[in-house]
Design a protein around this ligand. Structure first.
Ligand code: HEC
Length: 176
């Protein structure tokens, strides 16, 4: 065991080394927080990577589907939750005012016949465009085409866990 006095002498006599130790500790803390971050059950509501994540993944190849869904999540939370609900169950706070229930995106039977192009049509031109209720508004003048594709891609993530979802790749329609 190093006597405390000697220990402090070594540290103070080698400031560069102690700075290096501090840097190593920072890296370890960063790695640990990333690992803990990955297991965090609740995602960042915005879908954006944290500044630490952004720094750590800078220059790494991106996953286009995950990126699209993260952007789509923001669109969904801004415009769609009022009717379709935070979890996509069709139970948003405005749903009780509607005579037709907003689509429940957690319903597995919906995903058995769901079709990205059709959903995209409903998003762009409203429910009427796919012979559904006009209570589903048209978003074509509010959302850009990429935002519409992103939000449709995000809808796949609302399917009930463990149930068949993602018919097809679930990548943004028209992105190939
Ligand atoms: C004012 C309430 C309201 C808002 C806001 C709303 N929806 Fe809807 N949406 C509905 C209703 C009601 C239906 C069901 C129409 C039907 O079944 O006739 C629907 C249906 C849909 C469908 C059609 C699903 C199918 O049956 O194929 C999609 C896709 C959809 N919504 C996506 C969205 C997205 C994405 C947003 C946000 C950009 C959004 N909705 C915002 C009310 C809303």
């Amino acid at each position: 065991m190093i006597p405390p006095t000697r220990f402090f002498q070594i540290r103070s006599s080698r400031p560069e080394e102690s700075r290096r130790t501090t840097r190593v500790l920072h890296v370890v803390a960063l790695a640990a927080s990333l690992i803990i971050g990955c297991y965090h059950p609740g995602e960042d509501q915005s879908g954006n990577p944290s500044p630490i994540e952004a720094l750590a993944t800078r220059g790494m190849p991106r996953d286009p589907v995950a990126d699209s869904r993260a952007r789509g999540r923001q669109v969904y939370h801004h415009y769609c939750v009022i009717c379709h609900g935070t979890d996509g169950r069709g139970d948003g706070f405005n749903s009780s005012n509607l005579t037709v229930a907003p689509r429940d995106f957690t319903d597995p039977t919906f995903w058995e016949q769901a079709n990205d192009e059709r959903m995209l049509l409903a998003v762009a031109n409203g429910g009427a465009a796919i012979d559904k209720s006009v209570l589903m508004p048209a978003w074509g003048r509010t959302l850009t085409n990429p935002q519409q594709r992103d939000v449709v891609s995000f809808l796949h993530t609302l399917a009930a866990p463990g149930k068949p979802k993602d018919p097809g790749s679930g990548s943004p329609p028209g992105s190939q």
